[in-house]
Design a protein around this ligand. Structure first.
Ligand SMILES: [Zn+2]
Length: 237
């Protein structure tokens, strides 16, 4: 059974409308098993958590983890814009992401890898950068369309399956065509990645609509159907 999870939620720490408490409370009310907070890290694209405020943001979520301990699993994440012009730290984040003391970040989401419309880093360059991060890292609202065009199917399957990256399946409709999501359009690719052991997660990219927190059912069912492995978070403290 795949846990009812949503790893992609923005709050008023960046460009979301709700507080982390409100997002987590909503996830509890909707009987989710795992809820992740994943605000934007410093980017000129949108309001975001400044790099020097990252410890405060993490501490805030740590307190909520304790508060909700017996009700739901809370995990702390951050979303990184992979365009170096907007996100100046993307190539040199390893020191900022290093855990120490009460600073512990459960995962990192990265957006726009290989996406020419958003000037994201190439997959090859990003994998080299990612390997310096001692973190669980996933590709946010993954749309393989451009990577398929530039790399071709075999190279893409090889690169992703040999990398230490999870794939986020999203209910966010930005990449839908005629109402069909990228993961439905490219089902054979996702199926192959699942068979090769690539891990997956579900995220809704919640910003303003609190109901998005629980908008995960189709995505969970899809991953069940694929027989996919899910990214997991060990208790480390
Ligand atoms: Zn997002």
């Amino acid at each position: 059974m795949i846990p009812k999870m949503n790893l992609h939620n923005h709050t008023n720490f960046s460009d979301g409308a709700w507080s982390p408490f409100e997002i987590i409370q909503k996830a509890c009310d909707e009987n989710l098993d795992i809820i992740g907070i994943s605000d934007h890290l410093q980017t000129t694209k949108t309001p975001s958590v400044k790099i020097e405020d990252l410890p405060n943001y993490i501490e805030h979520i740590e307190n909520l983890k304790a508060q909700f301990k017996n009700k739901i699993k809370v995990v702390s994440g951050i979303e990184i814009d992979s365009c170096p012009d907007r996100s100046p730290f993307v190539r040199d984040l390893s020191s900022f992401l290093h855990d120490s003391g009460s600073f512990y970040l459960d995962y990192v989401l990265v957006e726009y890898i290989g996406d020419p419309l958003w000037d994201g880093l190439s997959l090859d360059e990003f994998i080299k950068i990612r390997n310096k991060w001692d973190k669980t890292v996933g590709l946010a609202h993954w749309n393989p369309e451009y990577l398929l065009e530039t790399l071709g199917l075999e190279k893409l399957v090889k690169s992703i399956s040999e990398s230490d990256l999870f794939i986020e399946i999203t209910s966010f409709s930005r990449y839908n065509r005629n109402g069909i999501s990228p993961f439905e359009r490219e089902r054979p690719l996702f199926k192959r990645l699942a068979e090769l052991g690539v891990k997956f997660a579900v995220g809704s990219d919640t910003h303003d609509d609190l109901d998005d927190v629980a908008r995960i059912t189709n995505e969970i069912n899809y991953l069940e159907d694929l027989g996919a492995n899910i990214v997991s978070f060990d208790d480390k403290k």
